[in-house]
Design a protein around this ligand. Structure first.
Ligand code: SME
Length: 323
């Protein structure tokens, strides 16, 4: 599966998906609120292609989904009660996300949203904004599950379609994990020994992630974890194998994302203000050498976007750190 900028060769496939969506809507199999011949049309796709903001998802040999990603906010966005204010050049908008009706239910829509979020972060955006039709309950449920907030519902004429009630959605753009990874690589160039590298890695995370209160590492020492380089309040020094969130991530050899630490049995509270936490094992030659632990005072602070970004960050440590 790959998401990439569309080329002229993709135009036929994109228009094919638009046609299939219109057919699905006309037969009552989908409720999106679009109209054949009005929106979206071949012109929608070809204009986006010209602008360079048409993207396609290719899987199993063909285009399965497409979307337009740019910084153009619709006129209806102007009066909305946005919770995350941002300059117009710091807002990225996802338009006209469509999944081929024969490929729904495979997670392609979510993959596209994840691509869009990364793209926004890499373009220095602070806010994610988009819209959907009030009737499109499927899309609304997906965006809700991905952490989007409905900022309002406004009556409008949408791209030529009369009487549309447009749901305006928003989310804060995440940090640019790729850039943080590049910074980490540069630090590893000077000295890859784990003491300076993990120290600076925790400083990078603590400085650049918002709404967190602890970022650092626990190191594997025989049958327990011992506190390593970190930023934040003083923390507990030893954690047993399988104990707390950190010991559990070590035991499972997998990321543990805890939305609410109070409902995680055995959670070790170092700072009573912590509400959510993510722990990612750092491996070397297949063995867990350390865990990265990040805590937040906010319930459910870490999204799928953060999990992916932080796992990428940890991959760089795994490649470069010398333990
Ligand atoms: N909460 C962690 C302990 C470490 S501190 O939060 C920094 C845990 O349950 O493993």
């Amino acid at each position: 599966m790959k998401i990439r900028k569309a080329s002229a060769n993709d135009l036929k496939a994109v228009c094919g998906i638009y046609q299939d969506i219109h057919t699905a809507e006309e037969s009552g199999r989908a409720v999106i609120g679009w109209e054949r011949g009005v929106y979206p049309t071949e012109r929608t796709a070809s204009e986006a292609l010209q602008r360079g903001d048409l993207f396609v998802l290719e899987a199993e040999g063909r285009v399965r989904a497409c979307a337009i990603i740019n910084q153009e906010q619709l006129p209806s966005y102007e009066a909305a009660d946005w919770r995350y204010p941002a300059r117009t050049d710091q807002v990225m908008v996802l338009h006209t996300l469509v999944v081929s009706p024969d490929s729904v239910g495979r997670g392609y829509g979510k993959e596209f949203v994840s691509f869009y979020e990364t793209y926004a972060a890499e373009h220095g955006c602070r806010a994610l904004r988009m819209d959907t039709n009030e009737k499109n309950v499927r899309a609304r449920a997906m965006y809700r599950s991905l952490g989007y907030r409905e900022a309002g519902i406004v009556p409008t004429v949408f791209n030529g379609i009369e009487g549309v009630h447009l749901v305006l959605l928003e989310k804060q753009a995440g940090p640019d994990y790729r850039m943080m990874g590049e910074q980490l690589k540069a630090l590893a160039e000077t000295d890859a020994w784990y003491v300076p590298l993990l120290s600076n890695a925790s400083a990078l995370l603590y400085e650049q992630l918002e709404r967190i209160n602890w970022a650092g590492f626990y190191l594997v020492r025989e049958d327990h974890l011992v506190l390593g380089p970190f930023q934040g309040k003083t923390a507990c020094i030893h954690i047993g194998y399988g104990k707390g969130v950190c010991g559990t991530a070590w035991e499972r050899n997998d990321t543990v994302l805890v939305e609410d630490v109070h409902s995680f049995p055995g959670h070790i509270a170092c700072d009573s203000a912590s509400r959510s936490e993510i722990v990612i094992p750092v491996r070397k030659n297949g063995c867990v050498k350390a865990v990265l632990d990040i805590d937040s005072p906010e319930y459910s602070r870490f999204s799928e976007y953060d999990r992916r970004g932080l796992e990428e960050f940890v991959r760089i440590l795994e490649e470069r750190a010398e333990f």
